[in-house]
Design a protein around this ligand. Structure first.
Ligand code: SF4
Length: 694
């Protein structure tokens, strides 16, 4: 931390890392940040922060930032620094040529969950109305797209049901595939406080996360399931609830489709879902499944919090729906202390999804094929829209390899490092005629780019983020953009280079347009957010103050839907060649692929990723703590140092992916969620051997 001097003024803004959405006061001296102080009136953090947020300003000042646009004809050419005018006209001419030569569906783009709502909205608008295609996707594809699908099926909304305050009324907390004290530290602390006050804790996780056993907290049940068996274990909990008469029938009859419930109950009660059968495939002792189910159903207000350990599986959407089934069957929805709560990884993953970043949905989760919805947007945007859903990220890459997809505009996303099957991503990018990257740093994806448009940080722009509890908060400009333009301005410049004629002068006007087009945002404006501090959508005429807790008197879709969640094992199998299962996660001091936190003071606390290996598996391979080890999978190989620990069960290994050297995604498979294509990052069969280093 470099103390520059005493602050002269301060600006309240919102952290750009995780989905908690902590509010900070940036204390300034001129155009330099002196320090970031958690804001006591922030409704998501109430004056608290974690070590990531406090030092986030470090990456804004980092020397690695690219501040001038760059272009090149071929990726083998050196970059050429050019003016914004030249970069934008080069890009627009190439895009126009590609559209005229190969058709509008040969172009697409990716919105960022790290950028503001207004920026995500403008990128998808440019792609739909400017490029004339629905080939738009978002980095949520690789994290919480199953949440969007699964919760929409069950409840009718693609969002968590509670506010963070709700945890204060929970008697039982069920954490599935999440590590809140590392991934969402400020909310993790609130959860710990409630646990210290006496709430019961159930953890479903292959790894012994800190919550399982930490000072003053011990999980009542830890179900250390084999990676890939979430659906079986959650459905087995449902089996216990149904067969032991623990269903809240009054709730189900009043709020859910009774016939669908009966079909589901019959399915859940089947012997194949019994704890004894599920023990054989999940490795979780039957008595733990029974105990956890009984506690969840009878322990009072029971809340579920889950993370990417649920979604990043071939059955990610199925697990989300299985979780929703549990909550509905026990009546744990629609009041404080209960609910189904996805812990969102990125600061604005909820918002980027809300803003129409999926190829089949316009803002507000309305299907592109709906004529009336399309007509509303066409009238506002003044351009015809394609009624056909576009391509998802993996399909864009497939089409590029096949030669039918030629150009991509990527805002704030490093798909080469964050998406599965790195070789496939490289092949797709290499096959394109035009790759446009808009980012802070020359990231890995930029190796394949022809245009680099410098991005700006959250400190250099106005806008809004929407956190994991649907809370829309203002992001306020703390300093002038070091690169000259905020990201939303760059998108507008590109749009206008393609004759779109946009005239926004401030992101508040973009939000006004979003509000005019999106019923769940119709009461949102910058003035309102400034006055209220924040608001949780839906915010409209019916809910002018927003909605902290959803589905109080029934579901957005009408009756809650029980979905039969048959367990289908992943195609990724262990065997003699690859006997161990690799799963991945995050650590407290780093954020995602580390592009930002590695450029802050946080890097000192976790300078490298390690492979966690159980002592038995280590001994079998002659590996000692700190040794270099090689990970081999069917997809590829990488090398890192070993950390011997019984946090992981025998047969399971674990690593983080915050450092590019680790290249964890080189070894992951190309299997993905059946409904959304979310990659199966959490299950890879591997072999580990000693190595001499990279
Ligand atoms: Fe808060 Fe998350 Fe930022 Fe930490 S990283 S300060 S928990 S928003």
């Amino acid at each position: 931390l470099i103390q520059i001097g005493q602050p002269e003024h301060s600006v309240v803004t919102t952290c750009a890392y995780c989905g908690v959405g902590c509010a900070f006061k940036a204390e300034m001296r001129g155009q330099e940040v002196v320090r970031m102080v958690p804001w006591k009136d922030g409704k998501a953090n109430r004056g608290h922060s974690c070590v990531k947020g406090r030092f986030a300003w470090g990456y804004a000042m980092h020397q690695d930032r690219i501040l001038k646009p760059m272009i090149r004809d071929k990726v083998s050419d050196p970059w050429r620094e050019v003016s914004w005018d030249e970069a934008l006209s080069f890009t627009a001419q190439k895009l126009t040529h590609i559209r005229d030569t190969y058709g509008r569906r040969a172009i697409g783009g990716i919105t960022s969950s790290r950028c503001t709502n207004e920026e995500a909205y403008l990128v998808q608008k440019l792609i739909r109305a400017g490029f004339g295609t629905n080939n738009v996707d978002t980095c949520a594809r690789v994290c919480h797209s199953p949440t969007g699908y699964g919760l929409n099926q069950a409840f009718g909304t693609s969002a968590g049901t509670q506010d963070f305050d709700s945890v204060e009324d929970s008697d039982v907390i069920l954490v599935i595939g999440a590590n809140p004290t590392d991934g969402h530290p400020v909310f993790g602390s609130r959860m710990k406080k409630r646990l210290r006050e006496g709430a019961k804790l159930i953890v479903l996780d292959p790894r012994r996360i800190d919550l399982v056993r930490s000072p003053h907290i011990k999980a009542d049940f830890h179900l250390p399931l084999q990676p890939g068996t979430n659906v079986a274990v959650v459905t087995s909990m449902a089996h216990v609830i149904v067969t032991e008469g623990l269903v809240n029938e009054d709730y189900v009859r009043q709020f859910c489709d009774w016939e669908e419930f009966q079909d589901w109950a019959e399915f859940a009660a089947d012997q194949r879902n019994s704890p004894e059968e599920v023990e054989k495939l999940s490795g979780v002792p039957a008595h733990l499944i029974r105990g956890a189910a009984r506690l969840y159903a009878t322990g009072g207000n029971a809340a579920i919090y889950y993370g990417l350990g649920v979604t990043e599986h071939s059955q990610g959407s199925t697990t989300v729906m299985a979780i929703a089934n549990l909550a509905m069957a026990t009546g744990n929805i629609g009041r404080r202390g209960v609910g189904v709560n996805p812990l969102r990884g990125q600061n604005n993953v909820q918002g980027s999804c809300d803003m129409g970043s999926f190829p089949h949905e316009l803002p507000g989760y309305r299907h592109i094929s709906d004529d009336a919805t399309r007509a509303t947007f066409e009238a506002m945007w003044g351009r015809p829209l394609d009624p056909e859903p576009g391509l998802r990220i993996p399909n864009m890459l497939d089409a590029a390899v096949d030669g039918t997809f030629k150009a991509i505009y990527i805002q704030g996303e490093d798909i080469l490092q964050s998406d599965p099957d790195t070789r496939h991503v490289s092949a797709g990018l290499a096959a394109m005629d035009l790759v446009i990257v808009q980012d802070l740093f020359l990231n890995e994806t930029a190796r394949f780019a022809h245009v680099f448009l410098p991005g700006c940080t959250f400190l250099e722009k106005d806008g809004t983020f929407t956190n994991a509890e649907r809370r829309i908060q203002l992001v306020r400009k703390v300093m002038a953009p070091k690169n000259g333009y905020a990201d939303w301005e760059v998108t507008q410049l590109l749009a206008n280079a393609m004759d779109m004629g946009w005239t926004y002068t401030h992101p508040s006007q973009v939000m006004d347009e979003i509000a005019a087009l999106t019923p769940s945002f119709s009461g949102v404006s910058f003035a309102r957010l400034d006055e209220m501090g924040s608001v949780q959508w839906p915010c409209n005429e019916a809910n002018p103050e927003g909605v902290p807790i959803m589905h109080i008197n029934g579901f957005a879709r009408g009756k809650g839907k029980f979905v039969i969640t048959e367990y289908v094992p992943t195609d990724e199998r262990t065997g003699a060649r690859f006997p161990l299962l690799l799963t991945t996660g995050r650590i407290l001091s780093h954020y995602n692929v580390g592009a930002q936190t590695r450029r802050t003071a946080n890097v000192a606390w976790h300078p490298e990723d390690r492979l966690e290996l159980h002592p038995n598996d280590a001994e079998l391979r002659g590996v000692r703590d700190g040794d270099w080890v090689r990970i081999d999978s069917r997809a590829g190989a990488t090398t890192l140092r070993a950390l011997i620990t019984d946090r992981v069960a025998p047969g399971v290994v674990y690593t983080t992916f915050h450092h590019p050297d680790t290249q964890a995604n080189v070894v992951t498979t190309d299997f993905s969620d059946w409904a959304t294509n979310c990659p199966e990052f959490k299950v890879t069969a591997v072999q580990i051997s000693r190595s001499n280093g990279p």
